[in-house]
Design a protein around this ligand. Structure first.
Ligand code: PEP
Ligand code: MG
Length: 761
C-alpha cells in the first residue's frame, strides 16, 4: 500500500497541470481502493463553496460546474468537521443533497476525507461505492494519508496554476501570503535568483525546439574554464600549507573535467536537447550511483569528490546565467532562499525589497533586510521562479503580502502609503541627535547592531551612543577559507576607529544554525540545537584565539573594545572562553612594543543571554563577566522550542509570548540585583512596543539596526516612564500572546504611535 501511495503522490507532484494531475490521481485511487468512484472537490473561498474538479465515476460534464456550499451536503460536512466521514447509506443521510447533473444515482456508500494545508481546508477527497457498506479502518487510513500528502502538492500546484492564468485584461493579479519579514513597502519589477549551487535542487528541463544549443554549450565550456581556474587558484593557495600528496585531488578533478571524461558526456546530453544544468545533473547523478555501487572503499569515497565537482561546475554555470541577467535600476529580489550574502551583494545595485520562499521573520536574512531598511517577505509559498521574473509586484512588508501584476488602483493605494511612510521617516529623523529620554526624565541608551553588512558610514550619524552588537560572521562568509589574523585586525580596527569615544561590543564568531561557511560545512539534523556559536569556537581554539587576538590588536589605540560570547549555555563555557581571552591578551601584551609607555588594555567581557538555562544561573555568571546582553531572537526560539527559521511554525514564534516577557523581566530584576549592566540586542529592541516594555523593565541599553534608532528614540521621547511601568504590569498579567498584542497595539494607538506598527499614518 505504501508503494502505491508513494507512486500516486510522486506522479501527482510531477505533473505540472493541476487538472490533469487530479484526473490521473482519482483514477489511480479508484483502482487502488477498488471502488466505483473517486472524486475531488476543491474549495473556492471567494464564493464559499467546493467545486467538483475531477472524478472517475461522476459525469464529466459536471467538472468545474457543480458546486456544493461550504455548509451543504456531505462534502460540506467533511469540510466543516475537518475529519473523515464514512456513511454506509449516503442517500438516507440528513445532509445528503441531490445534484442530478453528477449522475450518482447508483452510488450508495460514501467516504470523504478533508484535504488540509496549514489548517486551511483546500478540498475534499471522496470515494463512493454502489453497494451499501461501511468502509473499513484501513480504507479510511489510506484516504486520510493520501489527502495529507496531497495537501502540499495541491497548495503548490494551485499557486502555480493561478499564476499561469491570464485575466480578461491580459494581466493577472495574484496575491500570495508570506511572513512579514521586514516592514516597509516596495513596488517594482521582480528579479529572480537561482538557488545556491546544489545539483539536488536542479529540476530537469529540456530546451524548447527553437532554443539555440550552442548557447548552452558555450555556457558549459565557460563554466569548465572557470572551474579549472578555481582549482589552479586553490592548489596554489594550499601548496604553501600542504606539502604532501593531498593536493593530487585537484589533479583528479582536472582530469575528470577533460573532454574525454565527463565533459563529452555532458555535451552529448546537451545535444539531446537538455539545458546545460540538466545535462550536468544527469551525468553527475549517473556517476554518483555508479560509484556508490562499487566494492572498493577508496573508489566509493570518490562519490563526495564527484558531487563536489558537480556543484562547483553548477556554481559557475549559475554565475554565468546571473551575468546575463539584466538588473533594472530598482528591483525586488526573489529567491528560493535569500541569503545574507545575496543581500550584501545587491544592496547597492538598486535592491528595493526581498521575497524569500524559505526562512522566517527571525532568519538572519530578515534581520539583515531590516538593518538595510528593505521590506521583506519570508516563507512565501513556493512557485516556479521563472514565472515571477520581470513581473511587477508590490511587497507589503507589514502584512507579508505579495501582489503580482497589481491593478492600477492597488498601485495607487500603495503609492500613497509609500508617501506617508516617507513623511513619517522624515519626521522621526528630527530627533536623531536629541537625548533618548522619556517625558518624565528617564534615560536609556540606544546602541547599534552592526556587522551584517560591510560599510556602515551612515551608522555613525544614526544618533547611537556606541555599538551594542557587532556581528563578525559576514567577514567569514563569501570567501574560500578563514580570514587571517591580519585581515580580521584591519576590519575590526576600522570599526573601532569609527566610534573612538564609544564602546564597541564585538561578538565572537556565531556560525552554525542558519549561518554556514562555504569552506566549513556543518551538516546536522538540528542545526540550531547543535554545533553553533561558542560551541564551535571552543572546540576550535585556533579559530577563537586568532579572532580574539585580532580584536585586541585592533583596539590597541582606541581602547574601546568589549568582547561578547554568543550561545552560552553553561558556566564552564564562560570560564574556558575567559581563559583563552586572557591567554590572547597576555601573549599580545608581551609581543607588543608599547613605545609610549601605553599598556594594551584588557577588554571587558560579556555574554549573550539567549539560551534559557542561563536565566537560572545569573548569579554565578554575574561573578564572572562584566555585562549581559539578551539575544531575544534566540531566547524566544529556545524558550518556545520554535525554530526561528522555519516558516511552518512562524505563528508560534512570538517574543510577546507571556513566558518570554516574564523571562525578560526576571533577567532585568536579577541583573539589577547583581549589579551587572544589561542590554538587549535582539529584534525586540527595535519594535516600539518591545522598547517600551524593556524600558519599563529597567534595561540600561537597547541595541538595534541604525534605521530603527530614530524611530525608537521618537517613541521613548513620546512616552512617560511611569505610564510604561503601568503598561508593563498589565502586559505581564495576560495569559496569551494574542491578548498581549491587542493590548499593546491599543496602547500605542492611544499614545499616537500606531503609525509605527502598520502601513499608513
Ligand atoms: C539574538 O539571538 O537575539 C541575537 C541578537 O543574535 P543573532 O540574531 O545573531 O542570533
Ligand atoms: Mg543569537
Amino acid at each position: 500500500m505504501l508503494t502505491t501511495l508513494r507512486r500516486i503522490v510522486l506522479e501527482f507532484s510531477q505533473n505540472s497541470d493541476l487538472q490533469s494531475a487530479l484526473l490521473r490521481m482519482v483514477t489511480q485511487v479508484k483502482s487502488a481502493m477498488d471502488t466505483d468512484c473517486c472524486s475531488v472537490y476543491l474549495a473556492d473561498y471567494q464564493n464559499q463553496h467546493f467545486i467538483l474538479t475531477a472524478s472517475d465515476g461522476l459525469a464529466e460534464k459536471s467538472f468545474g460546474q457543480t458546486t456544493v456550499g461550504f455548509a451543504e451536503g456531505l462534502v460540506g460536512l467533511v469540510g466543516q468537521r475537518e475529519e473523515p466521514i464514512k456513511i454506509a447509506d449516503a442517500k438516507n443521510h440528513p445532509h445528503f443533497i441531490h445534484a442530478p447533473e453528477v449522475e450518482e444515482e447508483e452510488l450508495v456508500a460514501f467516504l470523504g476525507a478533508p484535504i488540509i494545508h496549514q489548517r486551511k481546508v483546500l478540498g475534499v477527497l471522496t470515494i463512493q461505492q454502489k453497494i451499501s457498506r461501511g468502509f473499513n479502518e484501513d480504507e479510511e487510513a489510506f484516504l486520510v494519508t493520501l489527502s495529507v500528502q496531497l495537501a502540499t502538492a495541491i497548495a503548490n500546484a494551485e499557486a502555480r496554476g493561478v499564476l499561469g492564468k491570464q485575466q480578461d485584461n491580459g494581466k493577472w493579479l495574484k496575491q500570495l501570503q508570506g511572513i512579514a519579514g521586514a516592514p516597509g513597502i516596495a513596488l517594482g519589477p521582480m528579479i529572480t535568483i537561482q538557488p545556491k549551487a546544489d545539483l539536488r535542487s536542479v529540476s530537469l528541463e529540456k530546451l524548447d525546439v527553437s532554443s539555440d544549443q550552442t548557447i548552452q554549450i558555450e555556457l558549459f565550456e565557460n563554466a569548465v574554464e572557470e572551474t579549472r581556474a578555481d582549482f589552479r587558484q586553490m592548489s596554489i593557495k594550499l601548496s604553501d600549507i600542504i606539502q604532501d600528496d593531498s593536493l593530487t585531488i585537484f589533479e583528479f578533478y582536472k582530469q575528470l573535467l577533460e573532454p574525454a571524461n565527463l565533459g563529452h558526456e555532458i555535451l552529448d546530453k546537451i545535444h539531446q536537447g537538455w539545458n546545460a544544468q540538466s545535462a550536468l545533473k544527469l551525468v553527475i547523478d549517473h556517476y554518483i550511483v555508479k560509484f556508490e555501487a562499487l566494492d572498493d572503499p577508496y573508489l566509493r569515497e570518490r562519490v563526495t569528490d564527484i558531487r563536489d565537482l558537480g556543484n562547483r561546475l553548477l556554481f559557475n554555470l549559475q554565475q554565468q546565467s546571473q551575468l546575463n541577467t539584466q538588473f533594472p535600476d530598482q528591483f525586488i529580489l526573489v529567491a528560493e532562499d535569500v541569503t545574507a550574502s545575496m543581500l550584501a551583494e545587491y544592496q547597492h545595485k538598486g535592491l528595493q525589497a526581498i521575497v524569500s520562499f524559505c526562512g522566517s521573520n527571525n532568519s538572519h536574512a530578515a534581520i539583515l533586510a531590516r538593518a538595510l531598511d528593505l521590506p521583506a517577505i519570508m516563507g512565501i509559498e513556493s512557485i516556479p521562479l521563472g514565472q515571477l521574473n520581470n513581473q511587477v509586484a508590490i511587497v507589503d512588508g507589514y502584512s507579508g503580502e505579495l501582489f503580482i501584476a497589481p491593478h492600477q488602483n492597488l498601485k495607487n493605494e500603495y503609492q500613497l502609503l509609500i508617501q506617508e511612510e516617507l513623511t513619517l521617516t522624515k519626521k522621526v529623523r528630527e530627533v536623531t541627535h536629541l537625548p533618548t529620554m522619556t517625558q518624565d526624565g528617564r534615560s536609556i541608551q540606544l546602541l547599534l547592531n552592526a556587522g551584517l553588512s560591510l560599510g556602515f558610514e551612515h551608522s555613525k550619524h544614526s544618533g547611537a551612543t556606541g555599538i551594542g552588537l557587532y556581528r563578525t560572521e559576514i567577514l567569514f562568509m563569501n570567501r574560500s577559507c578563514f580570514p587571517t589574523e591580519q585581515e580580521q585586525t584591519n576590519l575590526y580596527k576600522e570599526v573601532l576607529e569609527a566610534f573612538p569615544q564609544q564602546a564597541v561590543t564585538m561578538r565572537t564568531l556565531d556560525v552554525g544554525g542558519d549561518k554556514s561557511l562555504p569552506y566549513f560545512p556543518i551538516g546536522e539534523d538540528n542545526p540550531f540545537l547543535g554545533w553553533r556559536g561558542i560551541r564551535i569556537t571552543l572546540d576550535h581554539p585556533e579559530i577563537f584565539l586568532v579572532q580574539v587576538r585580532a580584536m585586541i590588536r585592533a583596539s590597541y589605540q582606541t581602547n574601546n573594545l568589549e568582547i561578547m560570547l554568543p550561545m552560552i549555555s553553561n558556566v564552564m563555557e564562560v570560564d574556558e572562553s575567559i581563559r583563552l581571552i586572557n591567554q590572547a591578551y597576555f601573549e599580545l601584551s608581551s609581543e607588543f612594543f608599547l613605545d609610549d609607555g601605553q599598556v594594551l588594555s584588557r577588554p571587558k567581557i560579556g555574554i549573550m543571554l539567549e539560551v534559557p538555562s542561563v536565566i537560572f544561573q545569573l548569579e554565578e555568571l554575574a561573578q564572572r563577566v562584566d555585562f549581559f546582553s539578551v539575544g531575544s531572537n534566540d531566547l524566544t526560539q529556545y524558550l518556545l522550542a520554535v525554530d526561528r527559521n522555519n516558516p511552518r511554525v512562524a505563528d508560534l514564534y512570538d517574543s510577546y509570548h507571556p513566558a518570554v516577557l516574564r523571562a525578560l523581566n526576571t533577567i532585568a530584576q536579577e541583573s539589577a540585583k547583581h549589579l551587572v549592566p544589561l542590554s538587549l540586542c535582539g529584534e525586540l529592541a527595535s519594535e516600539p512596543a518591545g522598547a517600551l516594555l524593556l524600558l519599563a523593565m529597567g534595561y540600561d541599553k537597547l541595541s538595534m539596526n541604525p534605521h530603527n534608532i530614530p524611530k525608537i528614540k521618537w517613541v521613548i521621547r513620546h512616552i512617560d516612564y511611569q505610564r510604561s511601568k503601568i503598561i508593563l504590569s498589565h502586559a505581564l498579567s495576560f495569559a496569551t500572546a494574542k491578548q498581549v498584542h491587542s493590548y499593546l497595539n491599543e496602547q500605542l494607538e492611544q499614545l499616537g504611535l500606531g503609525g509605527f506598527v502598520r502601513a499608513g499614518m
